[in-house]
Design a protein around this ligand. Sequence first.
Ligand code: AMP
Length: 186
Amino acid sequence: MKLVFLGAPGAGKGTQAKLLSDELSLAHISTGEMLRAAVKAQTTLGKQVGDIMDSGQLVPDNLIVSLIKERVKETDCQQGYILDGFPRTVPQAESLAEMLSNQGESITSVVLFDVTEEDVLARLKHRQETEGRADDTVEVQMERLRVYRELTAPLIDYYKKTNLLKTIEASGSIEEVYSKLLSALK
Ligand code: AMP
């Protein structure tokens, strides 16, 4: 099973991906977490992307695609995986499709976590208070939402055309959204 989780920052993708990956023994691949780890460890990649992430912009497609290509080769991905935060642009989605088709594989489903901007802002505010991420200040949050609308939201139409898209209304509690997720994947 190869799943893509799509949705605005703060839509709850990460929380739901953790729950589902545990239940189904899938690898949880969060590009945001991988990049934050690289920044923390001050790797070559980390040094390249730190400022970009802090400003709310997207890291260049080629860097992210290379990161994903290496990550999916790891043994924990053999049972399948959840891509959380990738792809985030149409070119990234095209690279993913090409990578999988070269291996004779394809995406099983794309889940869109649909939330209102009001909910997203409330969740981001809560996350800032509890996690204190450098890219969660109000200005950066607004920029990340703008980038989502401009570069990531076009993926909704992209995946609608492939018939892979399952949309979940994701404003409820963690438990409510998780049960909708399980139903959508049945
Ligand atoms: P996230 O934790 O998914 O919200 O990601 C945090 C930040 O990492 C984003 O604001 C981007 O700067 C960067 N990032 C994560 N995933 C991607 C991606 N697929 N493409 C480009 N940049 C990304």
